[in-house]
Design a protein around this ligand. Structure first.
Ligand code: LLP
Length: 477
């Protein structure tokens, strides 16, 4: 199944209509970063920096992040939530570091007034490295280590989101053995509301038969709530749900919100405890190609959530909760572009007398696993020049040793594309570098920030010696 839930097309039945990348001409296509443009010579620029110049100064493959785009999207979420919840109890936006974390981007998120959602020691330490205080960080994960739980409790994170009954016991145990001879852990429970929304099966999370959360339907969520009321080491401060990824329908979030708010009302009725927080997670959709719809604006999602909260407040008479959300992809995906050099090219005949041009680039599934893993669709554009040549149906592939190593399954590119050309693949800012691997001992590409004509590293380019430095010496027999 593809990300959009459609069956894979065979080679001969590709929908050619939406194959070309909309041009980065300054209009908001939702696909290119906000500052992307074609310069007079036809070359692509981002943040005022020529992509061809980046390729020659820094090498390829390389990820490029438009700082203005990232900050604009982060600020738009912050403003939308502040406005929608102004007459309720306010809202916080946590940037989901899993989409892409570096000290630099975490710093931008904090400067735009966001908090940071981490799900590992590494992400928490990146957040601390950017200057975040404990109360600006939330910790997630379905199997946190003792060390991660300790780090979260010791630093007073805003949010320790507990995923299971087993983990609740684990957290109570860690809280009990704190340095000061015992402390109370403030926890948020992640519950699943039985909602199946979003893209590929592997990234849906709100339905029942998957590893995340405490199911409302099975009674596990209620059992966990009761446990927090019995255990003096635990203070229940809120409920959380994350229903999946690539969701374009604000109603799916309102539906989940209603289920969470019903549980909040039940907790108040049963225990007299009015939970102060509710977190609706991330998963807001982005447009990867022209075939995708234009994504709803942050304000559309924010208003849908606020309407559900307002309805609950009016019906239950309870005080409004402070609300939080955790967008990752919708902040960083469109800010990022991967820049490759074109290498080997070959034409492969298809049925019906057609052919497909295979363009191999100097990266592949190690820097973007999403095409292979989720059958994700991307587009691409020639970045170092424009061309009037007719377009050819092209597949952009990597340099790895397997046929599934595809970066862009189908795209219309000028047929005069040649060895040494520079290719830009947009919307790779989320889950590109953060899911990159060293398959075939390829060093992971670095990440450059561009802004106002300048480029600087956010994450340095890895080199082969970095990989070899972890390889233990041969010790013989
Ligand atoms: N909060 C929680 C608890 C999450 O699990 C996630 C994503 C997010 C927030 C952020 O979701 P976003 O707004 O970025 O969609 N590797 C997959 C995506 C996996 C997402 C996992 N959780 C992909 O490349 O599509």
């Amino acid at each position: 199944m593809s990300e959009s839930g459609e069956a894979k097309t065979s080679a001969a039945e590709v929908d050619y209509e939406h194959l070309a990348a909309p041009e980065p001409n300054g209009e908001v296509s939702g696909i290119w970063p906000l500052t992307a443009q074609r310069a007079d010579d036809g070359a692509l620029t981002i943040g005022g920096v020529s992509v061809a110049q980046i390729a020659s100064d820094f090498g390829t493959p390389v990820y490029v992040i438009d700082e203005v785009d990232f900050r604009t999207r982060a600020a738009a979420w912050k403003r939308a939530m502040d406005e929608a919840f102004a007459d309720l109890a306010g809202a916080d936006v946590y940037y989901a570091c899993k989409a892409f974390a570096s000290v630099g981007v975490c710093g931008w998120a904090l400067e735009e007034g966001l908090r940071l959602d981490a799900c590992s020691e590494g992400e928490m330490r990146t957040a601390f490295g950017a200057g975040a205080k404990g109360e600006q960080i939330g910790l997630h994960g379905n199997n946190k280590s003792r060390r991660e739980i300790e780090m979260a409790i010791d630093n007073g994170v805003a949010h320790l989101v507990v995923d299971s009954l087993a983990e609740l016991a684990h957290v109570a145990d860690v809280a009990h053995w704190g340095d000061d001879g015992g402390t109370v852990a403030k926890v948020v429970l992640r519950v699943t509301a039985g909602i199946h929304a979003g893209g590929h099966e592997a990234i849906s999370t709100g339905h029942e038969d998957q590893k995340f959360g405490l199911s409302i339907a099975s009674g596990a969520a209620w059992e966990a709530i009761c446990e927090t009321q019995r255990n003096q080491r635990l203070e229940l401060v809120g409920l959380h749900s994350h229903i999946g990824s690539q969701i374009f329908t604000p109603e799916a979030f309102s539906q989940a919100a209603r289920a969470l708010l019903d549980l909040r009302a039940r907790t108040a009725a049963e225990f007299g405890v009015v939970l102060p927080e509710i977190d609706f997670g991330g998963g807001y959709g982005v447009r990867y190609t022209a075939a995708d719809p234009v994504a709803p604006a942050p304000a559309d999602y924010a208003r849908a959530l606020a309407a559900a909260v307002r309805e609950h407040v009016e019906a239950s008479g309870l005080a409004a909760p402070r609300v939080s959300i955790e967008p990752g992809r919708s902040i960083v995906a469109p800010a990022g572009v991967t820049v490759y050099s074109v290498g080997a090219i070959k034409d492969v005949p298809l049925e019906g007398g057609k052919s497909r041009k295979y363009v191999a680039v100097d990266g592949g599934m190690s820097d973007n696993i999403r095409t292979a893993l989720y059958d994700a669709a991307y587009t691409a554009a020639l970045a170092n020049r424009e061309s009037d040549a007719p377009s050819a149906v092209t597949r952009v592939v990597g340099k790895h040793c397997e046929s599934g190593d595809i970066v862009v399954r189908d795209v219309a590119l000028p047929e005069d594309i040649a060895f040494g050309d520079i290719l830009a693949v947009p919307v790779t800012g989320a889950y590109g570098r953060s899911m990159a691997s060293n398959y075939n001992m390829l060093p992971r590409p670095g990440v450059l920030a561009v802004r106002e004509g300048k480029a600087h590293w956010l994450i340095y380019q890895e080199e082969v010696p970095d990989l070899l430095s972890l390889d233990a010496d041969y010790i013989g027999e």
